[in-house]
Design a protein. Sequence first.
Length: 457
Amino acid sequence: MLKAQEMELPVDFRQHNLTEYNSSLFSPVFSLDRNQPQSVAFWSRWQWQTVDGDPTTAFFNYSRRINRSMAGGLGGFQQNTGVFLNRGGVLNYAFTTEIAPGLDFSAGLNLFGYQRELADDSFINIPNLPDAEDIDAFMLQVAPGIRLQYGPVSLGVVVEDMFNYNFSTSQNEVADEGNILIGILGFQTPIRILEQYGQSYLQHTIYYKSLPLFDNQFGISTLLSTPRFWAQLGFNNYYGASGGLGFRISDKFSLGALIEYGVQDDFQDKDPTFELVTAFNFGPRWKPESDEVSSVEEMLIDDEEEQRDKELERGNETRIKADSIAMQEKQRRLEREKDSLSAVQKITAEKLADEIRQKQQDSIATAKQEAQEIAAIKRAEEKEKAEQVQTQVTPRKGEKYEEAVNEEGLEAGYYLIANVFRTKRYYEAFMKSLTDRGLNPKSFYRASRKYNYVYLG
């Protein structure tokens, strides 16, 4: 095994600048959100050289969100470590689950299979290199990762080479000094830019990478992502400072570039590093929350809400039947109340008629007073009947109506629902968005459906 002073480049993928497209190479769980599924993306890096030469790293990847809980990808790569040239493919899988209210656990795996060979024959005389028959070998590498996320804050760990099997020697080539470990702390917050096109956000990432036989790395990056462009700044204590800019030329195609300058004295005479990324999107751009019913909801739409809409659509027929039964029961109740009112009116009229016949001998003033009382009673009865009729509400064509009976914490009345949320952080973002617009949003929680219902007060 080579010592650090004998190599300029660490043996990792040097993927620390991947913040959006193809970021599953940095952490396998990023295919759940940062990878912008569903997309095909290409990333290339020219390490300390101009772009007219062959890139030191190239990665082509197809990423897809399977459902609101799972994502995956399939790609190919070429990596020049300075000594070895690796060519092969990578399979990605990740899933997420809610383990407590507002707390999500995610896990993922990158499985690499590649052919390894010497990058330059001049290295063949280095005494520490393995035998030639061991160098040219097919390798299988396993890189798992996990992440905990609470609201906008996330904490993750990746083992980039938990297992590195050489099929020629039938041995695991993980260094005796340990594995390549990455710790990642992230924070994401929505911002109000280009709201008419969709959601924008700031994403901050701090990472620490432990590399056996090399100096450990730490770095920070900030990404501004909007529906029309993205920009990023970063710093790595080994590779230096970086800045990148990309444009979403349409809803389908994206193109971006990044440049990185070394800050260490040893790298002052080297060319800057360049990176290029292109992507073609097959589906909607990922957003922290997805809303589809109104223009306000469209600002917060994500895959979780899309899945919810599909589930609601599948259950639409059942709900219509249930609503129809509820309306029929309400109509029967109103009919019974109407019959009871008619019976009371009949009894009252008969009683009044008897009283009138018994008091026919009374004075004219008394008779007039009684007549006025009868008229007042009839007006009250007519008003009561009118109020009974007004209580019957029939939804207009195209309106959605749902009746909730004895819902805990819910006062009787009609509510104009603006949106429905399961996830707390997106519910809070939506409430803040309405409040910033000068509206007065209120909400209630239905335990039977496990959703927060937002309505306008």
